[in-house]
Design a protein around this ligand. Sequence first.
Ligand code: KDG
Length: 314
Amino acid sequence: FPEVVTFGESMALLIAEGGKGLEYANTLTPSFGGAESNVAIGLARLGHTSGWCGRLGDDPFGHRVIKAIRGEGVDVSRAQLTAEAPTGLMIRENVAGKSSVYYYRKLSAASRMRPEHLDEAYIAGAKILHVTGITPALSDSCAETAAAAMDLAKRHGVKVSFDPNLRLKLWDLEAARKVLLPLAMKADYFLPGLDELKLLYETESLEEILSRLNELPGVSVIKGGKDETYLFEHGKLTPVPYYKVDHVIDTVGAGDGFCAGFLSGLLRGYPLEEAVRLGNLIGSQVIQAVGDWEGLPSAAEIDRLLSGVGHVER
Ligand code: KDG
């Protein structure tokens, strides 16, 4: 069984080219996205075994997405293709440096995920289960599935990592708060962004945020600080600085890259602070490439970066 198991909605992605916006673009480039499969791909590239379980439509988009995830070395043996409903779709445009995502995923195959679709032995065989707050935003049955998966992992001694990934285009803040905060209580590793915490806890104050995080049983890692990620472990705050990059090209997927790096650090047996540092490094690579997962580096690339070997053109 894979070391890390994750599940959620992966979708076909169409990117409007030419900076004209979707309304006027002449070309849409196909790809795919999904926070959980991004993390699974990141882990596979770093040399770990990862499995992505999810539901896709038994349609051309579904086939395309599952082949692409499989092609990245992620185990998709527990993913299901169903004729019951279509594969979700998201479309991205970039106008004047501002990126917007449009979702076409209501009633998608993934939104019909139910707790019975979980493979208990598969989750029990993992070291870490990674869940994001996008899944519970999809439907009530998806919210039940996310909670059930976390409970199941805990029963089997599998560590649970949870990224709230607040998506206000999928649900309103009040609804999100009611579901995400109880899920955070189930996590061994809670991996929110600072902006998300400000919204979820209704405060701008870091001190207040930390006192709320202190009520959680697990370790928290706060992404998206100005110059650093914060590790918050049993009341102790450790800032871990970012790697500086010269050209930020596309920040989408940085959080997933961070999660992949952090989980890789845990699997490698690094101390938490070093796992956060590896998360920062992976995030810094993702933002230098276009796409949600394309910039995720391989273990060899990371070794080269850390040993200071520059780019060799030929
Ligand atoms: O974190 C990047 C993801 O947001 C993206 O790949 C798509 O899962 C996605 C979503 O729901 O927005």
